[in-house]
Design a protein around this ligand. Structure first.
Ligand code: AMP
Length: 278
């Protein structure tokens, strides 16, 4: 496994390998089993796997979140080597952005709803960095996690609208034994917070169960909002029941379509997101 810091050495190394296929796993590091799962899938499906580790400043709309984002490159590299990764592309910000990009990518409705509403500019930053990574690595396949459901939709839009010649592969969310979706941000939780955070997934499961038993969207949301009112540990940003394709809120469940329940909430000043698709 090699670790590259510059765009040029990454491009030159990849060219020198004459790979029959390249798999790319874009990450912001502080890796966990969720990331490693994506890497292993890529290793199985491609000749060469590149994992990028870059805490992308243009996708952070909160300076403290950027500052506090965990950085554990040495440990990450050990995990990646064990998983069979070939290249770790870990540039610093000035390498990726010699100047702050003037380009703005507008994803329309997708960036006005859910994460887009609460994190203005976030998806523009995601769109820019993912496009740059696709242009640098030129992957045949790119691997993303279902945990970031709206990011998957944004990247899908990018690939279609800009004709990136690659296959997008979305992998299931990997969870802790208590149900909490694995996330680099979980490291910022206390051990007490880590246990309490399981509540998020419980509300998703509860919502799904109620819907399957015939409750209306209105009643499910009322019940969940009440459970958050009674739980002072969390500050809920949203809990929405949406159409899986468009991610638009729905009032009535269509049994012929996939539904997603999506949530974002703060616990111990850490912003956690999760979703359940059924
Ligand atoms: P991040 O480092 O948080 O930007 O995540 C890098 C990639 O890993 C993204 O495609 C995420 O959706 C994916 N990912 C993060 N957490 C998980 C998880 N618990 N299960 C599956 N994929 C994940």
């Amino acid at each position: 496994m090699i670790v590259t810091k510059t765009i040029i050495e990454t491009i030159e190394f990849l060219k020198s390998q004459f790979p029959s296929s390249i798999g790319l796993v874009p990450t912001m590091g502080a890796l966990h089993t969720g990331h490693i799962n994506l890497v292993k899938r890529s290793v199985n499906e491609n000749n060469i796997t590149v994992c990028s580790i870059f805490v992308n400043p243009t996708q952070f709309n909160n300076a403290t979140d950027l500052l506090k984002y965990p950085r554990t490159l040495e440990q990450d590299c050990k995990m990646l080597e064990e998983a069979g990764c070939d290249v770790v592309f870990a540039p610093e910000a000035p390498e990726m952005y010699p100047q702050y990009p003037s380009l703005k990518i507008n994803f329309g409705r997708l960036e006005q709803i859910l994460e887009g509403e609460f994190r203005p500019g976030h998806f523009n930053g995601v769109g820019i960095v993912v496009s740059k990574l696709f242009n640098i690595i030129k992957p045949n396949r790119a691997y993303f996690g279902q945990k970031d459901i709206q990011q998957c939709a944004v990247v899908n839009c990018l690939v279609k609208d800009l004709s990136f010649d690659l296959e997008l592969i979305i992998c299931d969310t990997v969870r802790e034994p208590n149900g909490l979706a694995m996330s680099s941000r979980n490291r910022r939780l206390s051990s007490d917070g880590f246990e309490k955070a399981a509540f998020l997934f419980q509300t998703l499961q509860k919502g799904k169960e109620l819907i399957i038993r015939g409750s209306t969207v209105f009643d499910v949301k009322k019940e969940i909002y009440n459970s958050f009112k009674n739980n002072k540990d969390f500050r809920l940003e949203y809990y929405e029941i949406v159409d899986f394709e468009s991610l638009e809120k729905i009032d009535i469940i269509d049994p012929n379509k996939k539904t997603a329940i999506v949530i974002a909430a703060f616990l111990e000043e850490v912003r956690l997101i999760d979703n359940l698709v059924f």
